[in-house]
Design a protein around this ligand. Sequence first.
Ligand code: SF4
Length: 473
Amino acid sequence: MITGEGKGRRNGRPKDECGVFAVCNHHGPQTAAQAAFLGLLALQHRGQESAGMAFPGPAGLQCHKGMGLVGQVFPREMLATLPATAVLGHVRYSTTGVSSIANAQPLVARASNGGGIALAHNGNLSNDDLLKRSMLEQGHIFHATSDTETLLATLFRYRRLGLAEAVARAMETVEGAYAAVLMDCEQLVAFRDPHGFRPLVIGRLDETVVFASETCALDAAGAAFIREVLPGEIVSVQGGELSATAPVAGMPSAFCIFEFIYFARPDSNFFGKNVHLVRKAIGDRLARLARPGLDMVIPSPDSGISAAMGMAEGAGLPLEWAIHRNPYRGRTFIEPARGERELAARLKYNPVTDLVRDKRVAVVDDSLVRGTTARQLAALLKNAGAAEVHFYISAPPYRYPCYYGIDIPVAAELAAAADADPARLAASIGADSITFTTVEDLEAAAGGGGAGYCTACFDGRYPTASPDERKVG
Ligand code: SF4
């Protein structure tokens, strides 16, 4: 569900939802908080709105969190002095619930006897509305607006059964995407929903056990990759020892294929597949669709680089850095009024005119959402003298919303949903043509590796009932 302030700040691209990082049984030269800091920094691309860490303290679970980037929220002095041997960390981008400190994670629920649990969650519960309504009817009071609070409240009900059993019980009622880590003062438990929409990996650094949304965070913390938390699996850590429940049987795997296309860092791996290499393989599929007579391949900055490399290699065309993006325009830039869009585009992007003049260029991007960026780039390249501008998109057209934690605009705002005809779509963004990959291309490039994929935002085939279906039903 797309709600709250996040909507106003989108720049026409899908947004990721969260990153989770946890360390347990840590006795190294650096503190557990320092290790978590490194992991969270590596996951910063998954969420830039807030960051937080929960850890056992003398008076029960403590939590430090704030709005902003990891480096802004955690002062160095604090990291060096935290004595905890276990830390649960999180970076957030809001998909359900507004961007506020109340929704920043980890979320902590405290019991009257001083005990408590802390939760860091990546994903989105697709039956959150239903669960919330039922809890409100039973008198539960919510302090925040995110679906993570619903998950926490469900887990809290069962906490006396032990963390792993509490998760198993919660899994009977919650639906949708959750890759999460739960902790109390004694134990830490990592779990994924039975479809495995969002990633969660296990690493080790000597006696320290690490959980992270992506392998790049293990690398940053100096931990070695052990394995993935399997879909529907609950992995417990106590005293450095791992134990796991058998994954929920009979649920088809539905790993979000978008992690490969766009969200994950190129240096991360899923199912033994490197993200950058998968993106190159998607680019190679685009090369098979390349029209004759192209002079060069240009990556859309900075999102189409890997796929553009694959397309250039596959098509035997030069890869040219022909569009420069100004990374410093950032927050100080005031969005111009409607009539000043050209100025906005010029401040953000600048083409290398000598490269593109009189050339037929292929621009590769990893997504076409509202078409805003493509429209800007097409106009810039044409104004710079490009003879023809052809767009190649390393994803199929988005036509449907995501209920599993990715902030994709509603269908009415999607360029490809508004016009399914590629020729008209190209004309609407000022390009000469636009070519998309297919779901089959993506699955071929990503390979099986034991995983099935969610492709619902492209083909509408949702692995769980969508909130809309529930309303109808
Ligand atoms: S609907 Fe799209 S973005 Fe959402 S989980 Fe499925 S593939 Fe990923």
